[in-house]
Design a protein around this ligand. Structure first.
Ligand SMILES: *[C@@H]1O[C@H](CO)[C@@H](O)[C@H](O)[C@H]1NC(C)=O
Ligand SMILES: *[C@@H]1O[C@H](CO)[C@@H](O)[C@H](O)[C@H]1NC(C)=O
Ligand SMILES: *[C@@H]1O[C@H](CO)[C@@H](O)[C@H](O)[C@H]1NC(C)=O
Length: 498
């Protein structure tokens, strides 16, 4: 409340200044000086400059959740007191909108993870809680002002410490991502990197690049989109790409392990900004994916460039050629193109999130022309280190004979090199009228055996290893698929596959 009173007083003083100056000659300069003195007193007594609500809390590795030392712009002593190390990397962690006015629990977790990865780093938590604790549209409006304050801080920091701005990395969540964008666009020199963690959508979606996070705001801008599930005409996370590289885990709309049903119910009941734990789950997943990339470096998730999420879900985008794949999170390769690069990945529902992506290309053949089939397809993969069993293939379209279909399969663990594939085809129990008619007619014509769908080969590409293999049906004959069939690596002209 103190801040608000100060803001009101500031407004009053400004108004009276305007009034005074409009009286011009009638007033002496002396009167104006007096007024200015009062004005200064007012804020010195309140120990605050008119708009500086943003604080810079230097966190320590052993006390990641405590505000024990603030770096005060214009006060070089505060850098010494906080043991700022000007030769190492500096992170600014920027939170988002808040109802409680308190730091959420992820802040300390991210601080810890940053120190775990970069022991000598300076991790500074930007505290704009006071400004962020407003109605959402007001908080959204304030992001520019807060960004400018951070830009002043960065300019001062650069001058006071001579740190190369390439070593400065801003990490902003939700509204904080746009705050980071405004900060980056107002500094005298460009900052090294901005990571946007599910940047807020409402009031920013579709806006001009100057009014939201954009690739112009840093040498490299990377973004994770985790909650773009549309509702009431807009989504909590921004859907459009806003960085150099934009990654959409699990399509970016919603995350595994989060409860979609109760999220939508909560939103319809209490509105889009009833950010209780449930709707926050997918939004906050962006942070935990980033934390994962810091602490589980050896299990980094891979993302793949793709024209659409639908194509990705068919397994059509697992190539790493020409920078088409990248590491999710902290270790991302800094690829800058004129247009944003959209990338996709699947994840598990908890940390470590990394999965293994497989593309299966299957030609379904049959003597009798059949289409509109919706069988249930189940695959087991057996590798040198383990196996994953009974994974369902998602049908993105109905199966048609004599056509090659492509599927994405996700294994939640590392099974090593693939040795064997088991494949099962089960007709859906719900017969459509047309397929029923076809079956009856084929029985009638006496060629029911010929109507069976056959699979002879399965082409597999593994995203994580970039290996390509062909699996052939075991045994001399191509069997029908009513029971589980086993495929092993094909013998190709006596040559062994790699
Ligand atoms: C500052 O960081 C560098 C690495 O960036 C490290 O070698 C050095 O020991 C640190 N200095 C202090 C005083 O911790
Ligand atoms: C599918 O292809 C196979 C092999 O080329 C052929 O024998 C069969 O007649 C084709 N089936 C249809 C329905 O065209
Ligand atoms: C079959 O139809 C019923 C009712 O329409 C539906 O509940 C069920 O999920 C369907 N099963 C399959 C395998 O499609």
């Amino acid at each position: 409340m103190k801040g608000l009173q100060v803001q009101c007083l500031y407004f009053l003083v400004l108004n009276s200044l305007f009034y005074v100056s409009s009286l011009e000659e009638d007033l002496s300069v002396h009167t104006l000086d007096n007024l200015m003195d009062n004005f200064k007193d007012l804020f010195q007594n309140n120990d605050a400059t008119p708009h500086a609500y943003t604080k810079f809390s230097f966190r320590k590795p052993l006390m990641p959740e405590d505000d024990i030392c603030y770096i005060i712009p214009g006060n070089p002593e505060s850098l010494k007191e906080c043991t700022f190390n000007s030769t190492s990397k500096t992170f600014l962690v920027i939170h988002g909108w808040t109802v409680s006015g308190l730091f959420e629990s992820w802040v300390a977790k991210l601080v810890s993870a940053l120190y775990e990865r970069e022991q000598d780093a300076n991790v500074i938590v930007v505290d704009w809680l006071y400004t962020a604790q407003n109605h959402y549209p007001v908080a959204a409006q304030n992001t520019k002002m807060v960004g400018q304050e951070i830009a002043h801080f960065i300019d001062w920091l650069e001058e006071a410490t001579n740190i190369p701005l390439e070593n400065l990395h801003l990490i902003g969540y939700s509204l904080g991502a746009h705050v980071a964008g405004f900060a980056g666009s107002h500094t005298s020199n460009k900052v090294g990197r901005i990571t946007g963690l599910d940047p807020a959508g409402p009031d920013f979606e579709g806006e001009h690049a100057h009014h939201r996070l954009s690739p112009d705001d840093a040498h490299f801008v990377d973004v994770l989109h985790t909650f773009t599930q549309g509702s009431l005409g807009f989504s909590i996370g921004i859907q459009q790409p806003v960085g150099h590289v934009d990654i959409y885990p699990n399509g970016g709309s919603f995350q595994p392990g989060c409860n979609l049903q109760s999220t939508l119910e909560t939103i319809s009941k209490y509105g889009l900004f009833a950010i209780t734990d449930i709707p926050r789950c997918s939004h906050e997943r962006s942070i935990h994916l980033f934390i994962d990339s810091l602490v589980n470096e050896q299990e980094a998730s891979m993302a793949y460039r793709c024209g659409s999420n639908d194509m990705f879900d068919r397994g059509m985008c697992l190539s790493c050629r020409k920078n088409h794949c990248n590491t999710v999170g902290y270790n991302i390769r800094k690829i800058r193109m004129t247009r944003s690069i959209k990338m996709y990945t699947k994840t598990k529902d908890s940390m470590p999130f990394r999965v293994y992506h497989y593309q299966l290309k299957i030609l379904f053949s049959s003597k009798v022309d059949r289409s509109e089939m919706e069988p249930s397809l189940t695959v087991s993969l057996i590798g040198t280190k383990g196996e994953v069993e009974d994974l369902k293939l998602t049908l993105k379209e109905k199966i048609t004979t004599n056509k090659t279909h492509s599927f994405l399969l996700v294994a939640e663990k590392d099974i090593g090199d693939l040795l064997m594939v088991k494949f099962k085809w089960q007709e859906s129990t719900n017969w459509s009228a047309s397929s029923m008619l076809k079956m009856v007619s084929s029985w009638w014509s006496g060629d029911s055996a010929d109507s069976e769908v056959e699979v002879h080969k399965i082409h597999i590409r593994v995203g994580e290893t970039q290996k390509k293999m062909v699996f052939c049906i075991k045994g001399p004959h191509a069997l029908g698929l009513q029971q589980e069939v086993t495929f092993v690596k094909c013998k190709m002209n006596g040559k062994k596959q790699t």
